[in-house]
Design a protein around this ligand. Structure first.
Ligand code: CP3
Length: 343
């Protein structure tokens, strides 16, 4: 079998038309997802049910034929495995018990393997059920992004509670990030061994950090994950998505050793092309262009193909698809990516 297109690009090859998938492609914009979600009980029940999680992962593949599927789960299964009482409240986003400085040294990762076993079972099932040409992406949250939720106990606009915690208790922050890096690496290794073709590390809150904090709380723990994963799975392909990293993107790639960089829509094409000299990039359509459709969508997609299509590119959004995105606009996006010629 020829190597899956996504993996060729992650290896640095330029492929045109580029492989395409969308972050959060299994989700509430799909009626079939809403239907399965209603049957599952809580959101975490859905994540830990291999049959239902496989079903929702496959839904966007059946409907759109994306080049890659992403395991259906959530980055917050790691704090859930640490007994932080994670729950997803309808309309309010994720919540958990906020962690105090003194609780950090008592965190116990010894149940994580058993706790996450259903997610690993989903990966194995997916590999067996996916079409041969469809890549399977595993994932975890970056330690910094997961820590922001653990510290505040919920999402916040600029993750001020976690930043303040890190400045006031730098040793405790290092300890928490080191534990999360170790657990996340082991979790990714198990996903790769169960059949994931590559993995993505979501650092959705990288963009709120200053230079020194970015190096210490985003780059360093992510590098530990990359090294630990590659020690067990030599040559493992890893995508890093440090959202909002901007001028720090090159430092992030060099410092972490990831194969490919996920870019948000704030990254200018000139910078993205420069980054492509050193490896693949993934992105970076503004998800709101997908809601708007029409000229805004056509122009946005064509601009990415025009500026980045000649180098190693994985076409994606610059962040997750939103529930408001019309299905017809996703179809239009695919039509443009797959059938437009390089201008
Ligand atoms: O299709 C896929 O992309 C795979 C599944 C996936 C989910 N979450 C499912 C999900 C992935 C890769 C994630 C990653 C994730 N989860 C991130 C990093 C990427 C990003 O978006 O920044 C973060 C920060 C989380 C934490 C999280 N999970 C939040 C903040 C929320 C609430 C926001 C929302 O959209 O409701 C979730 C819930 C969540 N995770 C949903 C889905 C499909 C929606 C919940 C539902 O269906 O009721």
């Amino acid at each position: 079998m020829t190597e899956r297109a996504l993996l060729r690009v992650l290896g640095g090859e330029s492929v045109f038309p580029p492989p395409v998938w969308l972050m959060r492609q299994a989700g509430r914009y799909l009626p079939e997802y809403r239907e399965t979600r209603a049957r599952a009980g809580s959101f975490l029940d859905l994540c830990y049910d291999p049959a239902l999680a496989t079903e929702v992962t496959l839904q966007p593949i059946r409907r759109f034929g994306f080049d890659a599927s992403i395991l259906f789960s959530d980055i917050l299964v790691i704090p859930d495995a640490l007994h932080r009482n994670v729950r997803f409240v309808q309309g309010e986003g994720p919540q958990m018990d906020p962690i105090s400085v003194h609780e950090i040294r008592d965190l116990d990762p010894s149940h994580a393997d058993a706790h996450l076993a259903p997610v690993i079972a989903t990966v194995a099932r997916l590999r067996a059920e996916l079409p041969a040409e469809t890549a399977l992406i595993g994932f975890c949250g970056a330690p910094w992004t997961v820590a922001t939720y653990m510290i505040a106990g919920h999402g916040t606009p600029t993750q001020a509670p976690a930043r303040l915690f890190g400045y006031e208790h730098p040793d405790a922050m290092d300890e928490l990030l080191a534990l999360l890096a170790e657990m996340s690496a082991d979790y990714l290794v198990r996903q790769l061994q169960a059949g994931a073709d590559c993995v993505q590390i979501f650092d959705s809150w990288a963009g709120v950090l200053d230079d020194a904090s970015f190096r210490r709380w985003s780059i360093a723990p992510t590098r530990r994950i990359v090294e630990r994963v590659r020690a067990s799975v030599p040559g493992a392909r890893i995508i890093g998505f440090p959202k909002g990293a901007g001028a720090m993107l090159e430092a992030y790639r060099e410092g972490t050793g990831v194969d490919a960089l996920g870019l948000d829509w704030g990254v200018p094409f000139a910078q993205a092309r420069e980054l492509q000299r050193g490896g693949a990039v993934q992105g970076n359509l503004d998800p709101l262009r997908l809601i708007a459709g029409g000229q805004a969508l056509d122009d946005g997609v064509r601009a990415i193909l025009h500026h980045l299509g000649a180098g190693p590119l994985v076409f994606n959004l610059g962040h997750g698809i939103t529930p408001e995105a019309p299905i017809a606009h996703v179809e239009r996006l695919l039509q443009l990516v797959r059938h437009d010629r390089l201008a």
